[in-house]
Design a protein around this ligand. Structure first.
Ligand code: DC
Length: 254
């Protein structure tokens, strides 16, 4: 896969966090964004929204040509908003709050299926790149470091053992009122990881220059501190992690 050439312009810091499902990307990306005073940008939520809308239209994989046209239309015309609510991130599509709906197991499976469709990726990637260029941010996904921001200030590949990932995801689902079993989550994650890593377009992979962080047995604070250390090494300066100041990139001369 070729990494797209992203022009390095004067802009705020972008941290790219990629990795498999349940590796703790969302929690860590959110905490890091908060500490650095940067927006938290969840690219997976955008694929989940397309998956939800497709599911509502009765579309299911394997996708036929007509399905692909509908998926492309959904990806190009729906408006996803990633907001910051009092209880955490809020995802809206065309004004509807879908924060919890997009986390349901059927939608996770649909999200993975629609994310393998190049027409969908072609619609979402430019929007994601634009979000990062506008305000910087801690952006999480599967192709942030390889495709969206190959020149991110810091690229992290976050992973953990399959069992720990499944345990975390099960707890996360339970906190949203979705009950399941660890065994089911291990199986679903295995299928999703396989699909996300083996698709021809922008597969999940450790991108060039990414730091691999295995979070098995690490606390959230330990992981966040590790990432702050890595970012400090790259920016060559000590960072304010009170969230008060937006960190500026080296291109600003700071
Ligand atoms: O991070 P997540 O589990 O919410 O992502 C949902 C699906 O979307 C996941 O199966 C892979 C896909 N995805 C992707 O292909 N590229 C991204 N940048 C983010 C997510």
């Amino acid at each position: 896969m070729t990494e797209s050439a992203e022009p390095r312009t004067d802009r705020a810091v972008v941290v790219a966090i990629d990795g498999p499902a349940g590796a703790g990307k969302s929690t860590i990306a959110r905490l890091l964004a908060q500490a650095l005073g940067l927006p938290y940008l969840d690219t997976g939520a955008m694929y989940r929204v397309v998956g939800l809308l497709a599911y509502r239209r009765g579309i299911a994989p394997p996708f036929c040509d007509d399905d692909l046209k509908v998926l492309e239309e959904i990806a190009n015309t729906s408006h996803t908003e990633l907001a910051c609510g009092a209880n955490g991130p809020v995802v809206r599509v065309d004004g509807e709050d879908v924060t919890d709906k997009i986390r349901e197991p059927e939608i996770s499976t649909m999200a993975s299926a629609v994310s393998a469709v190049s027409e969908v990726r072609r619609a979402l990637v430019p929007v994601q790149r634009e979000m990062g260029l506008r305000s910087g941010g801690v952006m999480e996904g599967r192709d942030v470091g390889s495709v969206i921001f190959p020149n991110a200030d810091l690229k992290i590949f976050l992973t953990a053992s399959p069992n720990e990932r499944a345990q975390r995801r099960t707890l996360d689902l339970a906190s949203r009122g979705i009950s399941t079993t660890i065994e089911r989550v291990v199986e679903e994650q295995g299928q999703r990881d396989h699909q996300d890593s083996s698709r021809p377009d922008s597969p999940l992979q450790v991108s060039a220059g990414a730091v691999v962080v295995d979070t098995t047995g690490m606390t959230r604070d330990e992981v966040v501190n590790r990432l702050v250390d890595e970012l400090e090494k790259r920016t060559g300066s000590s960072l304010d992690t009170t969230g008060e100041n937006t960190v500026r990139s080296r291109n600003h001369g700071s």
